[in-house]
Write a protein that binds this ligand. Structure first.
Ligand SMILES: [Zn+2]
Length: 101
């Protein structure tokens, strides 16, 4: 099965479960606000990988490391009611890739 880009809908139980994955790594502070530039953790989107769903987060300026950080979390697909809808950004990216072929 080909990998599919998905974007979890904010305000849903799935959204909460995705952020809970990050929460476990950030000592209860899912934002980790950088006091110098106001950057916080951002959910970038998800993609399917076989039966799994991989969720990606990015922080442009981590107050812990002072650098750009990425986190990926893998969930078994059936555990998460991910809505298979593309975000506008993901749809635009896919369109670009398709037109470049
Ligand atoms: Zn900063």
């Amino acid at each position: 099965m080909p990998s599919q880009l998905v974007f979890v809908e904010p305000g849903t139980a799935a959204w909460d479960s995705v952020w809970a994955l990050l929460l476990a790594e950030t000592a209860g502070d899912p934002a980790q606000l950088c006091r110098c530039c106001g950057e916080v953790w951002q959910y970038m989107g998800s993609y399917t990988n076989g039966a799994d769903t991989v969720h990606e987060f990015r922080h442009r300026h981590s107050p812990i490391t002072g650098r750009r950080e990425y986190r990926r979390f893998t969930q078994r697909g059936e555990l998460l009611p991910v809505r298979a809808t593309l975000s506008p950004a993901a749809a635009a990216l896919l369109a670009q890739i398709e037109s470049a072929r």
